[in-house]
Write a protein that binds this ligand. Sequence first.
Ligand SMILES: O=C(O)CCC(=O)C1=CC=C[C@@H](O)[C@@H]1C(=O)O
Ligand SMILES: [Mg+2]
Length: 328
Amino acid sequence: MPSFDELLPRIHVVSLPLVTRFRRVTEREAVLIDGPEGWSEWSPFLEYGDAEAAQWLHAALEYANDAELDLADSGSIPVNATVPAIAAAEVPALLERYGTVRAVKVKVAEPGQTLEDDVARVRAVREVLGDDVLVRVDANGGWSLEEAARALEQLGAFTLDYAEQPVASVEDLARLREQLDGRVAIAADESIRKASDPLRVTQLGAADRIIVKAQPLGGLRRATEIVREVGLPVTVSSALDTSVGLTMGAQLAARIARETGTEVSPAGLGTAALLRADVTRAPKRPVEGTISLAPVVPDRDLVEQHAASAERRAWWLARLERCLPLLP
Ligand SMILES: O=C(O)CCC(=O)C1=CC=C[C@@H](O)[C@@H]1C(=O)O
Ligand SMILES: [Mg+2]
């Protein structure tokens, strides 16, 4: 693994404006790494501790440096549109940003909102896109067990592909899944972060599917191993990455499909549509419901234009220096 001094000249810290508030932020900060094997991204959320951010760093450095990763050199993968916790009236305009898609994921259980807001948002999605698209909801663990049961009985009327992390704990996921008895499938997202997590999710029968993300799980190799271990269907997702990170995610989806002989389920990698600016002139915004696997080379002018402030750059460099010795 490279040292801090080796990395320094290869690093660009950017801050990209979002079209709408997501996870309570309106700007997405990311570190781009110009690695020997191509461009990579390190973008752990700001509130994450160093140990967790070091997992994300492992992923970024693997992608930048590992010549044996065996990346797909052409093709594309299907993605879902992601609808943040916006008002139902804003749904049609937001969906337009994605063009034609076969799947949509709708954020629900936003603090300060009600179940009626969620129902209205999901109804608006069905009204715009009809009955043929897959509709998923993602609560980010925001419901209690009782709230989740009630919400999913109501939202189930719109025919859901699955509900992502409706409740926070693995135990509650298992209880909810039993109560729902197959009426709505359950996907585990936040419950799958550490290497030991997947085993627990399967042992407790807590989910029908797992969500995997390249950065939080420490990279393409580890994430693929976890998927093999769990043996459940998978959706690959991302963390509101720039087009560089989205491509890493697309490569993960292609790799999992190849190694497990399964089809790629529409991935949560359509979120370039939620960025008001990106680091490339050819952003990975969905085209006919897919994004390509082609590597991204950031545009120098765009990287400069969206460079983070000196203060934020210093914050990221300090974080990097602390995380390097913590690499798993
Ligand atoms: O999966 C998607 O459709 C897009 C990505 C997405 O939903 C997320 C991105 C960033 C942070 C996460 O809270 C969130 C998720 O929970 O999956
Ligand atoms: Mg999620």
